[in-house]
Design a protein. Structure first.
Length: 469
């Protein structure tokens, strides 16, 4: 069993430049993170290159066994990891937050270890015998965001390791400690050099994307950065999996029961205080039940406690950083200025320490309003009225992103018909945002390309090779 202090000590930089990370709920120091530069990155990549062939030679069974042991190590340190995550990211321990995220890390490691990966015979007709194999790529770069820093790191590194690659992780500069701590725990069970973290800024990410010894980038973050990575990886024709921004629509059909769906709608939108890629970010409700849905959602939302993450009572936390707080505040002000009706929230307390923005619901808002058209990535949900399903589908599909979406109805078969018309990588029925380690997940349009999870996700961390003959 780790202690919290021992965990922090295990990642404390021994030398070099450091940066103090502040708790977004209190402004207090959480710990010091190293400031790594491109030379540190080059060293990590060289070590990964040196270690990777032996790791690849172990084969699937031995690598899976190592991932299972790494999952056990995460479970042993779970509470300390959750506390660090809560303090650095801001998310509460309880609810679908810090403890949930750490639990997802070990669950994803185990699931990734358990997926069968055999060569496939693609043609065997007596004349031709062709087999498809998936060989290791070599060294994979994993660049992550600050909203689910540990879980997303595992989504990237676990399949990469399983497929025989070494991994260099570049966490967000907002949440390096969580990823440094997670990797130090994983490395209790992995050979040296196979998995490392370079805790640097954008220039380190950019170097990773252009590095000649990196064969693939797993990237999760904004669409703007995704485009920068496409450009900087072009010179070396890197493989890319891009999980980018979204602006997920939810469509509530007129037969839905407002009270039954209210809690699901709430968590679909406000999980991680709205700082979730596939959160419900625009809610379209049929005119017949618009007022009832607004009322039921307001009742649920008003009862959800927001505050400092280490307080066991809270299920919502602060925004992770000032920049994101300012985006949410700007979008809600624009909505108010346009005459939209604020049902709840919308008035942050200027005297409250931390980046707390209250849970906010905005009704009678136009579809073209910036709070609808832009990704808010925070606790402010616009609720748009519609009159025909065609109109709702057209509004849902009008943006250039398409990560997730949802349809809410008492008739799942009818909901599935509407779902088929929505341009998104996943459409949930009567829920929003749930992910599963065996179900492929990825975006369409400018939400990215490639899928994670399941056998398709694993294959994307290998190089396909046909043996013909
Ligand atoms: P971001 O794009 O600002 O940063 C993500 C990472 O990219 C950070 O580690 C950053 O240092 C790095 N980076 C920045 N510039 C770079 C460059 N030029 N080259 C290489 N790396 C660079 O994103 P963020 O603000 O941390 O995350 C929020 C965004 O991520 C939201 O848009 C959200 O929707 C999206 N997101 C998507 C998913 C998904 O699965 N599709 C999941 C979580 C978050």
């Amino acid at each position: 069993m780790e202690t919290y202090d021992a965990l922090l000590a295990s990642i404390a930089p021994a030398s070099g430049e450091t940066r103090t990370i502040l708790d977004p709920a209190t402004g207090q120091a959480v710990g010091d993170a190293p400031i790594h530069g491109v030379e540190d990155l080059d060293r990590a990549v060289a070590a990964a290159q040196a270690a990777q062939p032996a790791w690849a030679a172990l084969g699937h069974d031995a690598r899976s066994a190592a991932l299972l042991k790494a999952a056990d190590a995460v479970d042993r340190a779970a509470e300390e990891l959750a506390r660090l995550l809560s303090r650095e990211q801001g998310k509460p321990l309880n609810g679908p937050n810090a403890r949930f995220e750490v639990g997802a890390c070990s669950a994803w490691l185990r699931a990734t270890a358990s997926i069968p990966m055999e060569p496939e015979t693609v043609v065997d007709d007596g004349e031709t015998h062709a087999e498809m194999h998936y060989r290791p790529i070599g060294v994979v770069g994993a660049i992550g965001p600050w909203n689910w820093p540990m879980m997303i790191a595992v989504w990237q590194l676990a399949p990469a390791l399983r497929m025989g690659n070494a991994v260099v992780v570049k966490p967000s500069e907002y949440t390096p400690l969580s990823v440094l701590a997670l990797v130090s725990i994983l490395n209790q069970e992995l050979p040296d050099g196979i998995l490392s973290v370079v805790s640097g800024g954008r220039e380190v990410g950019a170097r990773l994307a252009e590095h000649p010894a990196i064969g693939k980038i797993m990237f999760t973050g904004s669409t703007a950065t995704g485009k920068a990575i496409i450009r900087s990886s072009a010179g070396t024709v890197k493989r890319l999996t891009l999980e980018l921004g979204g602006n997920d629509a939810g469509i509530v059909l007129p037969d839905a029961d407002p009270k039954t769906i209210a809690e699901g709608l709430f968590w679909g939108a406000f999980i991680n205080t709205g700082q979730t890629c596939a959160a419900l970010k625009r809610l379209y409700v049929h005119d017949d039940i618009y007022d009832d849905v607004c009322e039921a959602l307001t009742t649920v939302a008003a009862a959800m406690p927001m505050g400092v993450g280490l307080d066991e009572a809270n299920v919502l936390g602060p925004l992770q950083n000032r920049q994101q707080f300012d985006i949410v505040a700007r979008l809600v002000e624009a909505a108010k200025d346009s005459g939209a009706r604020v049902l709840l929230g919308g008035n942050p307390d200027p005297d409250q320490p931390g980046f707390f923005y209250p849970t906010t619901l905005v009704a009678d808002i136009d579809n073209g309003n910036p709070l609808v058209a832009e990704e808010q990535f925070g606790p402010a949900l616009p609720i748009i009225r519609y009159r025909t399903v065609d109109e709702a589908v057209a509004m849902a599909n009008a943006l250039d992103v398409g990560l997730g979406a949802s349809v809410w109805s008492a008739d799942p078969a009818e909901a599935r018909k509407v779902a088929a018309r929505i341009e998104a990588g996943t459409v949930w029925i009567n829920s929003h945002g749930g992910v599963h380690p065996m179900i492929p997940f990825g975006g369409v349009k400018q939400s990215g390309y490639g899928v994670e999870f399941g056998v398709d996700g694993l294959k994307s961390l290998g190089v396909p090779q046909v043996i013909n003959g």
